[in-house]
Structure formats: structure tokens, C-alpha cells
Design a protein around this ligand. Structure first.
Ligand code: 13P
Ligand code: SF4
Length: 306
């Protein structure tokens, strides 16, 4: 069987199993093209959290990384949440844990703790409010001015929102090792090769890279920008999975990766075969204990209200 025939066959089986299980498939924009194509909804972290909170399905198959599936389990505790590859984690989310965070909070007892959604359920349980790259500026701007802010774990996103809002913030020392790999030198070379292209970057990139961009946006924000902007060429400073929806939604425009290094190996762990197996077995499941969930849901709900 050719590669394409296999994709067609697996996609058909997945569609059938999805109906039998009353399942919804949610996919992040960094997933493999064929995985995005079997999903009911493809989006950024914020859009996916909203879908997970609102779905009527009994089963959520989360094609993304662990913290995303965990957020779905926190927001929809009565659903079965499956993550097709249980090892699909996010190294940045692992750069802060609840013990270290609790220690830092003792040093800053008055601080409002803002966690990037790329964190574990335990870290969310220790935080006051969550944010994603799409709403981080809004979330920070909504906080009382007379209280210090502690932001975890992404130092690059933290530095970007501090500069956009003018708010002083204590920022954790974490980073995404996919986005942080993109250097100013890489971007300079891409700009020299495509001088008419607009530059779009994710705020998880280094400050010097962010400073060279025409637009800084979440993954969904970049797609919207490319669709609505009259430019024909764009340099893309985020994970390469986004090229698939960009090409689909803007077929007459040209997109160039800022660097070939922009690949998140964890996002690529999900395959169609694993999605099929996850639907058939309803495994591997992502569960959050009631004690942690009850504390963590407050910080996600507070974000979704904004
Ligand atoms: P978005 O919220 O923009 O989808 O980003 C999630 C992520 O993991 C970026 O690396
Ligand atoms: Fe985590 Fe970076 Fe991968 Fe996003 S791209 S899931 S932040 S490692």
C-alpha cells in the first residue's frame, strides 16, 4: 500500500471509530498535516482549551502535547481524554514544578502568579491565572497594578508581555527549546533571501528575534495575519507544522521557514496510527486528581473569562 493509500485507509477507520466512540478530535497547529486533516478542530492553545471546555462529545482525543490534554481533562472532568502518544510532553512545561513555585511564592507572598498554559496541572493549582500566547497581554493588563507579578515559566514570552504592557514582572528562567533555537542571525539570513517578505514570529522566540518581526502572534494569530494582510510572502518564525494550515488557507501566498531548526519533536510524536489505536483502546488516558483539578480549574476559568 502506498503512503497516500495508507493515510486514506487510516483516516477512514478513524472517522468510523470516532462516531462509534462519540469522540471529538482536537489538534494543535504543529501536528503532522495528516493528523490535522482528521481533526474536528485545529487551533492554538487558547482555541483548543475553549473547544475542550465546550464539547458535547464523550471522548476527547487530544493531538498535541501533555499539558494541553491535561487542560482538557481539568476543564471537562466528566469526559475521557486520550493523548495518542503518552510521551508527547513539553520540555518548557517541565522547567517549573509545584515545589519550586511554592518556594518562590514564599519569597513573593503578595504576588499574583500568572502561569503560561504550557505548565503541569500541579503548577496551575499553585497559580492565580493562566494565559496563552494569544491572550497574555490582555491577562497581564487585567491584573491589579498595586501587586507584583510572578510569571512562569517562559522568559521569552515574559519579556515580550512585560515590554508590551509596561508592567514589571518577576519572570521564571524557562524557555521553549524549539523556538529559542531561532537566532537573530538565522532571521537576518532569511530576510536577506526574501527581502519582500513580512516576518511573523511566535513570542516564545528570543527578544532580539521578536524585535526584528513585523508581527508577533500566537499560531492562530499568524494565520489570521497572513490571510488578512495584502503581502504575498511571509517568513515564518514558529514550528513548521503551521505551514500546512497556512498553505491551505492562503493557497496563493508564499511562506518561508525562518530556520529549518523549527521542529518540535514532541508535537511530531502523534501519528495517524496512534490516533486510531487511541480511539480503539481509549488509551493512553490523561487524568487529573480531584484535589489538583479543583485548584487548577480556577486559574483556567479565570483566563477563559477574559
Ligand atoms: P500557541 O498557543 O500559539 O498555539 O502555542 C503553543 C505552543 O506550544 C507554542 O510552542
Ligand atoms: Fe513545548 Fe516548544 Fe513544543 Fe510548544 S513548541 S510544545 S512550547 S517544546
Amino acid at each position: 500500500m502506498s503512503g497516500q493509500e495508507l493515510v486514506r485507509e487510516l483516516s477512514k477507520e478513524i472517522g468510523k471509530l470516532k462516531k462509534e466512540r462519540n469522540a471529538v478530535i482536537l489538534s494543535h497547529l504543529y501536528q503532522r498535516p495528516e493528523v490535522q486533516d482528521v481533526a474536528d478542530f485545529v487551533g492554538d492553545s487558547l482555541g483548543l482549551a475553549r473547544q475542550a471546555a465546550g464539547t458535547a462529545a464523550e471522548v476527547i482525543v487530544f493531538c498535541g502535547v501533555h499539558f494541553m490534554a491535561e487542560s482538557a481533562a481539568i476543564l471537562s472532568p466528566d469526559k475521557i481524554v486520550v493523548l495518542p502518544d503518552e510521551h508527547a510532553g513539553c520540555p518548557m512545561a517541565d522547567m517549573v514544578n509545584e515545589v519550586e513555585l511554592a518556594r518562590k511564592k514564599r519569597e513573593m507572598p503578595d504576588a499574583t502568579v500568572v502561569c503560561y498554559v504550557n505548565t503541569s496541572a500541579e503548577v496551575k493549582a499553585e497559580s492565580d491565572i493562566a494565559c496563552t500566547s494569544a491572550n497574555a497581554v490582555k491577562v497581564i493588563s487585567s491584573l491589579p497594578e498595586d501587586k507584583p507579578i510572578l510569571f512562569v515559566p517562559d522568559k521569552n514570552l515574559g519579556s515580550y508581555i512585560a515590554s508590551k504592557t509596561g508592567r514589571e514582572m518577576a519572570v521564571w528562567d524557562g524557555f521553549c527549546n524549539t523556538h529559542d533555537r531561532l537566532t537573530a542571525d538565522d532571521l537576518m539570513k532569511a530576510k536577506a533571501a526574501h527581502p519582500s517578505a513580512m516576518v511573523m514570529v511566535h513570542p516564545e522566540c528570543r527578544p532580539e528575534v521578536v524585535g526584528m518581526a513585523d508581527v508577533v502572534a500566537s499560531t492562530t494569530g499568524m494565520i489570521r495575519f497572513a490571510r488578512e494582510n495584502s503581502a504575498r510572502e511571509f517568513i515564518v518564525g514558529t514550528e513548521m507544522g503551521i505551514l500546512h494550515p497556512l498553505h491551505k488557507q492562503c493557497p496563493d501566498k508564499h511562506f518561508y521557514m525562518a530556520s529549518e531548526k523549527l521542529v518540535c519533536p514532541n508535537m511530531k510524536k502523534t501519528t495517524l496510527e496512534k490516533v486510531r489505536r487511541a480511539l480503539a483502546d481509549l488509551e493512553p488516558r490523561v487524568d487529573v486528581s480531584r484535589e489538583i483539578r479543583e485548584r487548577a480549574v480556577r486559574c483556567l476559568d479565570r483566563m477563559l473569562e477574559i
